[in-house]
Design a protein around this ligand. Structure first.
Ligand SMILES: C[S@@+](CC[C@H](N)C(=O)[O-])C[C@H]1O[C@@H](n2cnc3c(N)ncnc32)[C@H](O)[C@@H]1O
Length: 200
């Protein structure tokens, strides 16, 4: 599998869009979920660790999972994550981790996974009973957020009602959506949701 983020990783953290999203998503996440130093968190599609870095001071351990070696190389360079984050370069759905966590977080990675139901089922198996997910991505959009022909984009955002139903079918309860932020790009504002849900 080719690394679709290999040309983006080196300057990812200087780009305004990921910066706005990681800021807004982390803020909304910490308003929705009480973090604690006893928690183990899995960040699905952790990338360069923008969200990990915001959560790290408030939790015990973070498992950063991504299929891009280039993005994870940037994450590994961050001194503030040393000793706190374990890095896994693998597809979680095809190769689950032998770990159960308290919380799964994800920012802007779900639209890169074709089979959303399969992904949610996999996230469910990685949670302890009563564990939670906090997943952020674009609300349904007209397909213009990414440049035409961008490889590896399988969803033009998500309809909240349909995603909520998929979460319930995958074994989650208490599904709640908030708007985490509106990301400004090319003169338009794109809403980004954060959905939280609890493993039944
Ligand atoms: C738009 S970036 C977001 C990165 C990071 N969450 C952030 O907010 O800056 C999407 C990330 O999801 C990762 N990704 C895509 N498909 C994946 C998969 N099947 N498993 C794990 N990570 C995946 C990509 O490699 C990329 O690092």
């Amino acid at each position: 599998m080719s690394d679709l983020f290999s040309d983006k990783a080196h300057d990812w953290d200087t780009r305004p869009v990921p910066a706005q999203i990681s800021e807004g998503v982390s803020r909304a996440l910490m308003q929705a979920i009480a973090l604690s130093p006893t928690m183990t968190v899995l960040d699905f599609g952790a990338g360069t660790g923008l969200v990990c870095a915001k959560l790290a001071p408030h939790v015990g351990r973070i498992l950063a999972v991504d299929i891009s070696a280039a993005m994870l190389e940037q994450l590994k360079k961050k001194p503030e994550l040393e000793g706190k984050v374990e890095v896994y370069c693998q597809d979680l759905v095809a190769a689950p981790l032998p770990a159960k966590v308290d919380l799964v977080v994800s920012a802007m990675a779900m639209h890169h996974v074709r089979d959303t139901a399969g992904l949610l089922a996999s996230l469910h198996t990685h949670l302890k009973p009563g564990g939670r997910v906090a997943l952020a991505d674009l609300d349904s959009e007209d397909g213009s957020f990414h440049p035409p022909g961008t490889e590896g984009v399988f969803h033009t955002g998500f309809a909240r009602e349909a995603l909520g139903a998929l979460l319930e079918s995958a074994g989650f309860r208490d599904v709640r959506f908030v708007t985490a932020c509106e990301v400004l790009k090319e003169g338009r504002a794109w809403p980004v949701f954060l959905v939280t849900a609890t493993r039944r």
